[in-house]
Design a binder for this molecule. Structure first.
Ligand SMILES: CC(C)(COP(=O)(O)OP(=O)(O)OC[C@H]1O[C@@H](n2cnc3c(N)ncnc32)[C@H](O)[C@@H]1OP(=O)(O)O)[C@@H](O)C(=O)NCCC(=O)NCCS
Length: 160
């Protein structure tokens, strides 16, 4: 039985262990630990999948600014090695994106494998003029627009 839900305080250690085993190092766990005490940390977008009391998958959305507007960064995303490629990564990512959509968030950025993230609707960010320290990563630097933004033309255009 898998339960996908928001991370609770008692999950923090399980999230750290999961990140270390999925990535084979401590960098991603350090990133999450560094984000937790900051304004970028949004607890409602820290999503775990739990099975038999263990955290088996994780997806995080945290605050970033894009040209002065609030947006979200997706990552890290991780699944415990024995349970990879069985849909758990997709479950936690989709749950986090649903929560962000319901919260009227507009834009999500991710640095990751396009072959994986395209299934959620992510597209390369560079053609939209959004740059970052990840721009050199090419198509791995991606964005997802969660809701449409209307372009308003001045009245003169009504003549057309
Ligand atoms: C990447 C990861 C989160 C994907 O989660 P998952 O539960 O294993 O994957 P899902 O079951 O949701 O999706 C499976 C699909 O993703 C693809 N996929 C999985 N990992 C991939 C990767 N690193 N690159 C490209 N495609 C990948 C599989 O080929 C499969 O494709 P298909 O549906 O066309 O058959 C997980 O494998 C993982 O934790 N890997 C180690 C940590 C990592 O690299 N995280 C990504 C950070 S950007």
């Amino acid at each position: 039985m898998t339960e996908v839900r928001i991370e609770q305080p008692e999950d923090a250690d399980g999230v750290r262990r999961l990140l270390e085993s999925a990535f084979g190092g401590e960098d991603e766990a350090r990133l999450v630990a560094a984000l937790r005490p900051t304004h970028a940390w949004l607890p409602e977008f820290s999503v775990v999948a739990e099975e038999n009391g263990r955290v088996v998958a994780y997806a995080l959305l945290s605050r970033v600014m894009v040209g002065g507007e609030e947006a979200l960064a997706l990552g890290p995303v991780a699944v415990t090695p024995p349970r990879q490629r069985q849909g758990l990564g997709s479950s936690v990512v989709r749950d986090a994106l649903r929560r962000a959509t319901e919260a009227r968030e507009r834009l999500v950025l991710v640095l990751g494998e396009p072959a994986y993230y395209r299934r959620f609707g992510f597209v390369p960010a560079a053609p939209y003029g959004i740059t970052s320290q990840w721009s050199a990563a090419g198509d791995a630097w991606q964005l997802l627009a969660l809701r449409p933004v209307e372009a308003r033309y001045p009245a003169a255009w009504r003549a057309l």
